[in-house]
Design a protein around this ligand. Structure first.
Ligand code: UD1
Length: 423
């Protein structure tokens, strides 16, 4: 298992390019199962979660061709099996999203119940209720969900009980091949959902309203192949902006979309950063200052994303003042807090572990740390970058799930970081 060794205390300075959005690309790979012709997705990030999804498609018999620039071409019509095995689905929750597209296109699908990050119970009841409303016959057996339909799925009016990104995307994709109109209400509004809808429409679907609370899908009998470029990864972009701010540095991120990061950018300004941006770039300059603490509540888009909560806590650790961070999306998403406290941070959890009160200290000290979730792990890297001395971040396979070339990108910004294989 690899580890990252970080010698803290270097200011991050320089430029980097944002990768394509993992959370868009994963869903598009699943959506390609809806099409009769080849779907080509470009700007796909080179990540473990993407490899897992491609392996999953391969295990179904779907031919996937990848070129050296990570353009991924998916030929769903070579499909031979309709069963997504536990071994692949357990490592990544997004793989559950192959269920609906296979069902809508081929009338049958069997997918293991998902795994994913260890961040609280993450049920799929909204996915299953949505599929059932479209006419799927659903059976659960030995950890697998088996869905079948006689003929085509039927359009329906569906009101989600809660704001769910994966649930909205799953039912939106599936309904594209249903007969008649589907209206989804209380939808999540994340930019990745809009990106997926644009990809579906390029395949010949008729999806309206993505990015708002109500999405209307007029079903079509079939979808064709298409070419689509994935949007920039706003979580990756946000992570590097926070890292630069925490070190008092300056970073310019190219191929990024500032509109998707408004909640973060306003918090970074509050922390004392100077931020400038254009249509596809964002620059942050901290002018060598210590950040000021910020307080926030995570909530569905366009509010502050849960996927940047751990990173902003790392910034608060060394900021001036006390910040309160409330997590409302996932239970049990403060595992990084205990590791940061081992590095000298002063964080206490309140409100049944839903709120972290972070009292900023002038400096952290390096320590061996580990985390068992993607965003928590990268937040420990940020803590390591601002700590005095050496930090070893263990179990970084979590980081490799979501951050492309993390150590190269940080090295280019001047960080003292390297990867070592542990025994
Ligand atoms: C997606 C993102 C993840 C992000 C999250 C919230 C991907 C691959 N992952 O995850 O990075 O942190 O959105 O922005 O896109 N829930 C239910 N029942 C359901 C579905 C969800 O109770 O059927 C709950 C979850 O347990 C959670 C909340 O709803 O508490 C939000 O989950 P959801 O938006 O579905 O997250 P994901 O799609 O899994």
């Amino acid at each position: 298992m690899d580890r990252l060794l970080i010698r803290g205390g270097k200011k991050l300075e320089g430029e980097l390019r944002a990768s394509g959005a993992k959370n868009s690309a994963l869903k598009m790979l699943a959506a390609a199962l809806l099409a009769d012709g080849p779907v080509t997705i470009s700007n796909v990030p080179h990540l473990r979660d993407i490899t897992t999804m491609i392996e999953l498609l391969g295990s179904l018999g779907v031919e996937v061709v990848i070129d050296e620039k990570m353009n991924v071409e998916i030929h769903a019509n070579t499909i031979k099996s309709f069963k997504a095995p536990y071994d692949l689905v357990k490592t990544m929750r997004a793989s559950f999203n192959v269920l609906g597209p296979m069902l809508a296109h081929y009338g049958q699908a069997e997918v293991s119940l998902p795994g994913g990050c260890a961040i609280g119970p993450r049920p799929v009841d909204q996915h299953l209720q949505g599929l059932a409303a479209l006419g799927a016959i659903i059976e659960m057996n030995e950890g697998y969900v088996k869905a079948t339909v006689n003929g085509r799925l039927q359009g329906a009016h569906i009101l989600f009980d809660m704001c769910t990104v994966g649930g909205t995307e799953h039912i939106m994709m599936t309904a594209t091949l249903a007969e008649g109109t589907t209206i989804l209400e209380n939808c999540a509004r994340e930019p990745e959902i809009v990106d997926l809808a644009n990809c579906l429409n390029a395949m010949g679907a008729d999806v309206q309203g993505a990015g708002t609370g109500t999405i209307t899908i007029n079903g079509v009998p079939s979808l064709h192949g298409c070419a689509h470029r994935v949007i920039a990864d706003r979580v990756e972009t946000g992570t590097y902006l926070i890292a630069a701010a925490a070190t008092g540095g300056r970073v310019k991120i190219r191929d990024a979309n500032p509109e998707h990061l408004e909640a973060l950018l306003s918090k970074l300004r509050e922390a004392g950063a100077e931020i400038t941006s254009g249509a596809d770039w964002i620059e942050l300059d901290m002018h060598d200052k210590r950040p000021k603490s910020v307080s926030l509540v995570t909530a569905p888009y366009p509010a502050f994303p849960t996927d940047l909560q751990a990173q902003i806590i790392a910034l608060n650790c060394i900021a001036e003042g006390t910040g309160t961070i409330k997590e409302t999306i996932f239970e049990n998403r403060f595992m990084h807090v205990h590791e940061m406290n081992r590095m000298g941070a002063r964080i206490r959890l309140e409100g049944n572990n839903t709120t972290a009160i972070v009292e900023g200290v002038p400096r952290l000290t390096g320590a061996p740390v580990m985390a068992n979730d993607l965003r928590a792990s990268v937040s420990l890297v940020i803590a390591g970058l601002v700590a005095e001395g050496d930090t070893v971040v263990d179990r970084i396979y979590h980081i490799d799930r979501g951050y492309e070339q993390v150590e190269e990108k940080l090295q280019n910004l001047g960080a003292d970081i390297r990867r070592v294989a542990s025994n």
